[in-house]
Design a protein around this ligand. Structure first.
Ligand SMILES: [Zn+2]
Length: 203
């Protein structure tokens, strides 16, 4: 993939996350792993207005040089790559998923789309320090066997084989929260719905 193609993929996903309501003007960060390097968005950038200088490459193990201004969630991204076989990580702040994570310890897939994208459930992680280096190790452990994790009071981390897949999974987290709140308001039996055979059949 050329630098230009990589930037275009980041731009496409960053725009989708912003216009889809999963981020505010300056929240969220994206990364991809390329061999021993990690390409990640710059701290403080606007994901829907990315330009070439907003993508920084961090190679190898040392902490990124401060002048690179890599996202402050760089430790979380790196911990996820070290722990799993992922090639991309999306982090965003979707409002209804965050609200749901304030009252529940997981988010259960209730549709075929969600089950396909996320598997049966997305765990909610609560950490005393919910960002940066302090979060990284806990997040990587919580992600084991899952495709996304909701960090209470902060946001969602979604992993994937590429940036588009991780973006889709982040969208499915927010969609599932929206549907869950709506279905519960309509009096649905959420546990009964989660056990429907059409969900297991969609994996
Ligand atoms: Zn964040």
């Amino acid at each position: 993939m050329t630098d230009k193609e990589r930037l275009e993929t980041f731009r496409r996903c960053g725009r989708a996350l912003f216009w889809g309501g999963l981020n505010d003007s300056h929240s969220g960060n994206l990364s991809v792993r390329v061999k021993d390097s990690l390409w990640i968005t710059r701290t403080g950038c606007m994901l829907h207005e990315l330009v070439a200088k907003d993508l920084v490459e961090v190679a190898g193990d040392p902490p990124p040089r401060p002048e690179l201004r890599a996202s402050r969630e760089f430790p979380a991204h790196r911990a996820l790559y070290r722990a799993g076989g992922y090639a991309a990580v999306v982090h965003c702040h979707p409002p209804l998923a965050l609200a749901w994570a304030m009252v529940a310890d997981d988010l259960v897939s209730l549709t075929v789309d969600a089950r396909t994208a996320l598997g049966p459930r997305v765990p909610v992680l609560e950490a005393a320090v919910a960002h940066g280096e302090a979060l990284a190790g806990m997040l990587a452990k919580a992600m084991a066997g899952h495709r996304a994790v909701l960090v209470r009071g902060h946001g969602v981390f979604a992993v994937g084989d590429d940036l588009e897949q991780a973006t889709w999974r982040a969208f499915q987290v927010e969609r599932t929260a929206q549907l869950t709140v709506a279905a519960r308001g309509l009096g649905a039996d959420l546990a009964g719905l989660a056990a429907k055979p059409y969900l297991a059949a969609s994996e």
